[in-house]
Every structure is written in structure tokens, then in C-alpha cells.
Ligand binder design. Structure first.
Ligand SMILES: C[S@@+](CC[C@H](N)C(=O)[O-])C[C@H]1O[C@@H](n2cnc3c(N)ncnc32)[C@H](O)[C@@H]1O
Length: 440
């Protein structure tokens, strides 16, 4: 079925139809505030199924008139979100209506509805004929506080333009910092940047980044997207290099607070999720204690994403019903370690170990000593989701030696458990053997 923004572009009427006012003139675009206002929708098929939820979202008082309806519309009626009269359109249905959507699959019925609307001076959108429609629905969408509506003569082209604009608003390449005027953002946003691939930061994270005056970025954050920021954005490198140079946490906290109190909007761009071994909560507390407003944008954690990028599922039906994410930055047996390695060794769940590369020997030894078979499969995923991603497959008994031989370096996620065999099964079916699949 055609939609109102359909095949006939604005311009001369189709052959066989007399020109009428409005055929050549451009439409007058308007944003209708429909809250509490009656909108009549005639017809309960596919077109109505798409349009009614948008009307409901706008707060309209929707009367659906149709002998039948899609499951979605029936659900809305059942939930009391719309009123549904199970019958055909009748002239009195327009009482109190501000807008009508004529979406029946019968052009003659739509003719009658459109004529009644014309007589009552109510706007009517016809789904079956763009040319005969008094009003057109644009391809629309929203990004943050911006509403975008596009009308061309071709609905696919309209949707394409709409998508392009929405995407660019969402990724911050248009309309953000430079265009914000009256209400600049304040305070600090802790943004989880994901595991490294710039495509794995969230839409919200990207948006806030595009509004930043100052960005304080970790080493494992997706740093390539920082290049896209305007030159006047101050970028502070808070790299924490394992066993190496680092910006002390108190200096990071002081920078967050200092810039925010000076009126700048600060994005703290962190790797993965800010609250997974990321000291994110410490930074939140430091901001709040200094009276700085703070928001947290969750991120895709490397604990799950790095294995997933190597086709290692952390759970699998009948194989692993649980997974444990462990920071191995303190050696097992060390006084500061709070990890119950005995319980982990005895559990049948998948173990996901972060910051474990330097201690693989001791970890494998502890797990074997406490009951895990030395033949338990292990996968080590280095640089997960990055172009340099590399996976080593081994067993608990062999992993430490193999990792040294292969030159495995941080960042890497170590997965211990039978799920590693599922990855091997998947690898067999992948088109072409992938370079990073090793063998035990
Ligand atoms: C300080 S933790 C931060 C974790 C982060 N907040 C997250 O949710 O992913 C750093 C560790 O995360 C893991 N890691 C982070 N990014 C990784 C990646 N792209 N590939 C593999 N491991 C990664 C490594 O174990 C690394 O040593």
C-alpha cells in the first residue's frame, strides 16, 4: 500500500486529473502538538500499524475505526492507549477531530472520508493517494532535542535523508557543540567508550563527546574518535599504562573537578564500562563531593565484548549457566587478593579474567590445584575488537607457556571454560579459517 509521502512528487497533477490548488506549491511544514487532541484513524492495517504508535507517543486521543486491526493495534486498544470501534467509518466519526488518517484499503472509502474532512475543515492524510491528500506525513525521527521531518516526493528518498541527518546528529558530526546555544552542558559525564572499536561506543556517549569542552581519556578508550573533535577541545591523556606511566587517580579527579567548576563540560572517556574495574565510582564520588553534577553513560565492557568478537560466548546452553568476571591484577595468594580462587576452581561456570596476562602461570596453577582439570580449554583474546585482535587457544595446563611464546601482551581477556570449545565449533563453520583462531 502506498503511503502519503509516496510516488507522486509535488508538481503537476497526474494525467487525467484536473489541477487543483496545492499541486505546484510547496507544502507548509508544521509541528503538530497533539496531546489530548482527537485524531481519527480509519483502517487498521499495515499503514495504521506504523502511524498510530507515533500518534500515541505524541499524546493524541486516537479513535481507531476499523472492522479489523493488526495485533499491534489490538494491543494498544487492549492497553487503553487508543479507542477502537470495530466497524467501518461513519460520517459522525469526525466529531471533535483535529486530524484524520484515512488508511483503509478501499479508495472509495478514503474518498468519502477525505470529502467529509474537506467539508469539516479537518486535515486529512490519505494513505492511498499522495495527490489527493490534503496533508502529507513526512519521514520523521528524533535525536536528542532535535526533531527531523523530511518530505520529498519519494518516501525512500525522504527516509534516506532523514536517516542521514539523524545519524549525523547522533554521532555529533552536525549540530552539536557549535550549534548548542542557550543551554550548554555542564559538569562531568563519565562515558564508557567500549572495548576499543570506535563503532562500539554508545550513541549517547558519542553525542556527549561531541559537546565536550574537555575530554580526559584513558589509554583503552576508543582514542581514534578523538581525532574527530574540533581543535579547541582540550584533550587530556590520562593513560594508565600497565606497570608504567600513569596519571595518578587524584590528579584525574582534580582535573575533572577543576575544569567542571570552571564552567567547562568535561567528558571522562573510559575503556569498556566505567564501573567495571574502571574506578568510575571513585570519580563520581569525587565530583559529587565537590558539588559537580555528574552523569554516567554505560559502556560495552571488554569482559564480554572481547570474547564475543572472537566468537567465544561467555554462556552457552547446557555448557555454562554462569560466568564470573575477575580482576587478576593482584596475584592469587597475595594478601591484597579478595578473590576466592578455590570457589572459582570448583564452580563449573566460565571464568573471564581481566588484567591477567602477567600472572597466567600462577592463576592456571591455582585453578588446577583447586580442582579444574588441566585440560580445561582457555582462550586469550588480545586487543579485542581492534584491527590487531589476536586470539590464542590453549588449555589451563599449556596457556602460560603458549602466551609467552606467542608474545601475548595487555590488553587481553582470558576465558577459561568449555565455552571455548563452542568458539572452535563456530570457527570451523566460518568462511575461511580466521587468522586469530589458534589450536590447543
Ligand atoms: C582496568 S581494566 C578496565 C576494564 C574496562 N572498564 C571494561 O569494562 O572493559 C583493563 C583490562 O580490561 C581488559 N581489556 C580492555 N580492553 C580490552 C580489549 N580491547 N581487548 C582485550 N582486553 C581488554 C584487559 O584485561 C585490560 O587489562
Amino acid at each position: 500500500m502506498a503511503t502519503a509521502d509516496s510516488a507522486v512528487p509535488p508538481g503537476p497533477p497526474p494525467p487525467g486529473r484536473e489541477p487543483s490548488p496545492g499541486d505546484a506549491e510547496p507544502p507548509y511544514l508544521l509541528g503538530l502538538r497533539l496531546a489530548g487532541r482527537r485524531v481519527v484513524v480509519a483502517g487498521g492495517g499495515r499503514v495504521a500499524d506504523r502511524r498510530v504508535p507515533v500518534l500515541v507517543r505524541a499524546g493524541a486521543d486516537v479513535l481507531l475505526v476499523s472492522p479489523s486491526a493488526t495485533a499491534g493495534l489490538e494491543g494498544l486498544a487492549g492497553a487503553g492507549k487508543i479507542q477502537w470501534e470495530r466497524r467501518c467509518y461513519r460520517p459522525g466519526d469526525l466529531a471533535g477531530a483535529w486530524l484524520v488518517q484515512a488508511c483503509t484499503n478501499d479508495p472509495e472509502a478514503n474518498d468519502v472520508i477525505a470529502a467529509d474532512c474537506e467539508a469539516a475543515q479537518v486535515w486529512c492524510v490519505r494513505a492511498d493517494s499522495r495527490a489527493a491528500s490534503a496533508a502529507w506525513t513526512p519521514a520523521s525521527g528524533e535525536a536528542g532535542d532535535a526533531y527531523v521531518a523530511v518530505l520529498t516526493g519519494d518516501p525512500r528518498r525522504s527516509a534516506g535523508i532523514r536517516d542521514a541527518v539523524i545519524n549525523r546528529l547522533r554521532d555529533g558530526t552536525i549540530g552539536a557543540r557549535r550549534g548548542r546555544g542557550a543551554t550548554p552542558l555542564r559538569g562531568v559525564a563519565l562515558v564508557g567508550g567500549g572495548p576499543g572499536d570506535p563503532g562500539l561506543i554508545t550513541v549517547r556517549g558519542r553525542q556527549l563527546l561531541s559537546e565536550a569542552d574537555v575530554v580526559i581519556a584513558d589509554r583503552l578508550a576508543p582514542r581514534s574518535i578523538l581525532d574527530e573533535l574540533p581543535p579547541d577541545v582540550e584533550i587530556i591523556d590520562a593513560s594508565k599504562i600497565p606497570y608504567g606511566r600513569a596519571m595518578a587517580q587524584e590528579h584525574i579527579n582534580a582535573a575533572l573537578v577543576g575544569h567542571a567548576l570552571a564552567g567547562r563540560f568535561v567528558v571522562r572517556l573510559k575503556g569498556g564500562d566505567p564501573f567495571v574495574f574502571g574506578r568510575g565510582a571513585e570519580e563520581v564520588l569525587a565530583c559529587l563531593r565537590a558539588g559537580v553534577p555528574v552523569t554516567v553513560v554505560p559502556g560495552v565492557t571488554s569482559a564480554i565484548a572481547a570474547p564475543a568478537a572472537a566468537f567465544v560466548p561467555v554462556t552457552h546452553r547446557h555448557v555454562a549457566q554462569e560466568f564470573h568476571v575477575v580482576s587478576a591484577h593482584v596475584a592469587s595468594g597475595a594478601e591484597a587478593s579478595t578473590i576466592d580462587w578455590i570457589a572459582l576452581a570448583r564452580s563449573s561456570g566460565t571464568l573471564v579474567l581481566l588484567m591477567a596476562v602477567g600472572r597466567l602461570d600462577a592463576i592456571a596453577e591455582a585453578l588446577i590445584r583447586h580442582g579444574r582439570a588441566s585440560s580445561t580449554p582457555v582462550s586469550v583474546i588480545q586487543d579485542g575488537t581492534l584491527p590487531t585482535q589476536h586470539t590464542l587457544t590453549a588449555t589451563l595446563g599449556t596457556v602460560a607457556g603458549k602466551a609467552v611464546a606467542a608474545g601475548i601482551r595487555p590488553p587481553a581477556v582470558v576465558v577459561v571454560g568449555e565455552v571455548v570449545n563452542i568458539a572452535a565449533e563456530i570457527a570451523e563453520l566460518l568462511p575461511g579459517r580466521q587468522r586469530w583462531i589458534g589450536t590447543a
